[in-house]
Design a protein. Structure first.
Length: 284
């Protein structure tokens, strides 16, 4: 004979707590739903990526250095920013979901909305990013994601490089991840700021090797050791981080065959001129 006992709102079936069984079944069902949802998202992402990769090849002439992007490790991809098409081109050929940083005002842009359907977009207040923003980006990096940052913080209105903000340097040091320089070449001609319909022109993407911001890196050793004992992040001044940012963006600028914008040439020279690094300014 089966005994069903009610005691203190618990239903016991031959001494077994039925509510506990129900909770276990409920938790297992939720877990299966989540696994299935992740699987569907992954399949959808791969199908979308294949389609978009094929479609956007109409605008891509070449991609150099794709092997420099890690498949299983986190990194910050730092790129020049010439057009909204920078997001789309870069997002179309990478084989994993990545995290793009974009300013809040771009949230309603159709291209960014489309990008958000198959990649993650983190929106930031350009003037006051706040600590919550940094924590969110670091969390993505801790989950071995690739994070794409455009240090110029806005599209170039002239096709020339603007002075970069140094926040990506701070992020790379705090998260202890490498920076991968990415040069976009020709996207300004595809979709300039004042145009809505892309032109059928070709662009190139040049991906450099990993850069570690560390006193062990000969490229930055003079900055870290400018003052005795400056081996920690806390000892780097804003000016020193700007210098590191400019050195990295100078590499990107040269690969992209881009010029510094006239509005910032004097400021860039003042900052970088204090160091030993030479800056090449294209003036055709």
């Amino acid at each position: 004979m089966v005994n069903i006992i009610e005691k203190e709102n618990l239903v016991l079936f031959d001494g077994i707590d039925l509510s506990e069984i129900i909770n276990i079944c409920y938790s297992s069902t939720l877990h299966l739903i989540k696994v299935r949802y992740r699987f569907i998202r992954r399949i959808r992402f791969q199908i979308t990526r294949i389609f978009l990769s094929f479609f956007f090849k109409l605008w891509v002439k070449e991609i150099v250095g794709l092997d420099n992007i890690p498949s299983q490790r986190p990194a910050i991809l730092v790129s020049n920013h010439l057009s909204y098409y920078d997001f789309i081109i870069l997002g179309s050929f990478l084989h994993k979901r990545i995290v793009f940083l974009a300013v809040k005002k771009m949230k309603q842009t159709s291209l960014i909305k489309m990008l958000g359907k198959w990649h993650t977009v983190v929106y930031v207040d350009r003037e006051y990013p706040g600590s919550a923003f940094f924590r969110e980006v670091i969390r993505h990096l801790e989950h071995k994601k690739l994070v794409v940052i455009y240090p110029e913080a806005t599209r170039s209105r002239t096709g020339k490089m603007l002075k970069p903000k140094h926040g990506f340097v701070k992020l790379a040091i705090k998260a202890n991840v490498p920076i991968i320089p990415v040069a976009m070449k020709g996207t300004y001609e595809i979709l300039p700021p004042h145009k809505r319909i892309p032109r059928l022109k070709k662009c190139s993407v040049i991906i450099g090797k990993k850069i570690y911001i560390s006193p062990d890196n000969p490229e930055f050793r003079d900055i870290f050791f400018e003052h005795r004992g400056s081996r920690k992040f806390g000892n780097l001044t804003k000016e020193q981080m700007e210098e590191i940012a400019l050195r990295i963006m100078e590499k990107i600028r040269i690969s992209a065959e881009e010029q510094w914008d006239e509005s910032v040439i004097e400021e860039v020279q003042q900052v970088i001129g204090k160091k030993k690094t030479q800056i090449h300014l294209y003036n055709h």
